[in-house]
Design a protein around this ligand. Structure first.
Ligand code: ZN
Length: 189
């Protein structure tokens, strides 16, 4: 009787060479369309945030006893801020690094691996952008590092980009995972 150990998703992805990898086109037109979509999404989110903040302010000015109603709208505004934080940060990194490509989605039909390269700078450096909790960042970084050469060719450098003040926590997370990064591989934006 043969007995095959079940592989984890990560092991399966690590063993696959992704020979049929599918990814967004690296051409001017599709890139402009990706950026346009992201900017529209950010603009709509900001409109919604402002609307909810205005309602909250109005409620509490009209009647202090409406504080719980105001809190409801503040909560809605806050949830949208959290949702859009990743996109806004990617946009910031993309502007600051004069990005050549952004938001390249990829998918391997053989092992099921999928993800996104956030930003490729004008120097060809890949920026894995991370806001909020850093859980899962180390394996995400490894995945992007394996996929980047297949999509961009050569052996691109991969950096982690985090909001200023978050570099230390990221450095610790990589050290604790046994894969410390050189200090210039973690950049604050
Ligand atoms: Zn694969």
């Amino acid at each position: 009787m043969t007995f095959k150990l079940k592989q984890t998703k990560e092991q399966r992805e690590e063993q696959c060479t992704h020979p049929n990898l599918e990814y967004d086109r690296l051409k001017k037109g599709p890139e402009e369309s990706r950026r346009g979509k992201k900017q529209t999404k950010i603009a709509q989110a900001n409109k919604s945030i402002n609307r909810n903040l205005n309602v909250a302010t109005r409620e509490i000015r009209r009647m202090p006893s409406r504080v719980s109603r105001a809190a409801y709208y503040l909560g809605k505004a806050r949830a949208t801020m959290t949702d859009i934080a990743g996109d806004e940060f990617e946009e910031k990194v993309s502007t600051e690094t004069n990005a050549k490509w952004t938001t390249i989605k990829f998918n391997c039909p053989d092992c099921g691996m999928s993800g996104e390269i956030d930003v490729v700078t004008d120097q060809g450096v890949v920026k894995e952008c991370k806001v909020g909790t850093i859980g899962g960042l180390v394996s995400q970084f490894k995945k992007i590092s394996r996929v980047a050469p297949l999509i961009l060719g050569g052996s691109p450098t991969v950096h982690v980009a985090v909001p200023s003040g978050n570099g230390g926590a990221v450095r610790r997370a990589f050290r604790q995972a046994g894969s410390p990064l050189p200090s210039n591989a973690i950049q604050e934006h």
